[in-house]
Design a protein around this ligand. Sequence first.
Ligand SMILES: Nc1ncnc2c1ncn2[C@@H]1O[C@H](COP(=O)(O)OP(=O)(O)OP(=O)(O)O)[C@@H](O)[C@H]1O
Ligand SMILES: CC(=O)C(=O)O
Ligand SMILES: [K+]
Ligand SMILES: [Mg+2]
Length: 567
Amino acid sequence: MSCSIRLSTSIASSHSRIFNKIPVHKHGIHVPNYVSIPRPITAHSKVLISENLKITAAGQVKPVPAGEIEVDKVTEAELKENGFRSTRRTKIVCTIGPRTCGFEELEALAVGGMNVARINMCHGTRAWHRAVIQRVKRLNEEKGFAVAVMMDTEGSGIHMGDLNGAESAKAEDGEMWTFTVREFDSPCPERTINVNYDGFAEDVKVGDELLVDGGMVRFVVVEIIGPDVICRCSDPGLLLPRANLTFWRNGSLVQERNAMLPTISSKDWLDIDFAIAEGVDFIAVSFVKSAEVIKHLKSYIAARSPDCQTAVIAKIESVDSLKNLEEIIKASDGAMVARGDLGAQIPLEHVPSVQENIVQLCRQLNKPAIVASQLVESMIEYPIPTRAEVADVSEAVAQQADALMLSGESAMGQYPEKALSVLRSVSLRIERSSREKKRGDSLELPTISFSLPASISEQLCNTAAKMANKLEVDALFVYTQTGQTASLLSRNRPDCPIFAFTPTASIRRRLNLQWGLIPFRLNFTDNMESNLNRTFSLLKARGMIKSGDLIIVVSDVLQSVQAISVP
Ligand SMILES: Nc1ncnc2c1ncn2[C@@H]1O[C@H](COP(=O)(O)OP(=O)(O)OP(=O)(O)O)[C@@H](O)[C@H]1O
Ligand SMILES: CC(=O)C(=O)O
Ligand SMILES: [K+]
Ligand SMILES: [Mg+2]
């Protein structure tokens, strides 16, 4: 195909072209080039369609300096061996813990498909977390990965202490245990557990039910003596360090003064400062109650570090967050369905529909959605998942969530890589069958942009995705400075993968959380013809695309859409 359809705004086609002798990209060959200077978009901009653009020079594949385009070996090999359709669209977040904190273990996870490494500030010291972040950075620098780092705040949820360093403790039926807010200089006495919330002994009443991890172990409060709450175990089980605690009265969750605890505690603020200083990509805020806290944190990040790209993810894990769901998601850069704590606050049978609602709402509002907790929980101990777990993972993939998350499975389980590989293979299988069945096409995507330039981008992306499906193209290419255009394409969940080229390493990592995006770091200019020539030759040289592949190209600089057959 020598002719391509070009769909662009009149502004894009009326760019003034000036001959410019300044080198146009950092690593590129220093040659004179055409640089088009875009005029600001005006209310008169119109969308034009013309059919006259020929990509002529693209046929001449010039050798290019290595390192001009950044992509990891795994993506490269996957594309080379299996082609475009084989790529996984659903992203994977892995919680890093004692089992996976070493460089080699982190590398094994990255090779296995980890897109985001999560650290949970409920556990470990800042020095431990810093070491993990440094190792992930090294992995990215040395191996070309774009693994993003997500820091999850501890929040003000009520939880137990660390069990004197033990991995777990068994609570037997009928046993008496003491939950206390007393501090101990030495290890806690036997069957005594510290609680982090000072008001605990005052808020609970005799007869209340105390649920550990949403009901994995249950106790009944039998006596309160000052700071000590004496309980009888009614549902035996394994207590894990820092497990979450909720208490229930007459079948309802008790929300008294504990509900007044700040979403971001003073310890969380220190952790947030730490995250900003370490250049973490995402901060996931635990137990979000309102949009205000998210807005506050976002302005804090902007003031603290104006160049900082740290995105804020709202964890939906409380009754309060469900009351203000839409406002919270609008204020955030993404949301996590944190089913662990959520399932301890609402009836379990409500969790699946709440998950579906959140995933759909996120997509409508163009925010990435992560489905988290217990996806393959049994793999903490066993090398294969249960059939029910596979069905649960399948459902999240069929809902087209942006990402799935491993918790204990990768943090401290016996089989972190196997758990990851289950998520990977189930995703691939279900994505393929969804494409064949055209599932997920039915969701209506409302217009979300307010300004004209943003609306143009949004409509171009919707059109490009539709064209891509109709023409059955091999891939969508998007050249994006801020990541927004890539994200708008991903929102359409097209049948083909989306190659997202961005000049900024941090944006590349951030895009790695979003459905269907394969982020590359690449410097580009606003001369799309030269960008395409360079990209084609770089990717062809590495065997990632070949002549004849049909590509739809979207650029957020020119606000244009082109269909091109790779020369
Ligand atoms: N840094 C760490 N050090 C030690 N153990 C960890 C660490 N991170 C996680 N773990 C272990 O992995 C288990 C699951 O971890 P994870 O952080 O996913 O818990 P969660 O319940 O999903 O999160 P949250 O506490 O935010 O609700 C924890 O209970 C803990 O035993
Ligand atoms: C991930 C998390 O915080 C939860 O599921 O509760
Ligand atoms: K947390
Ligand atoms: Mg939680």
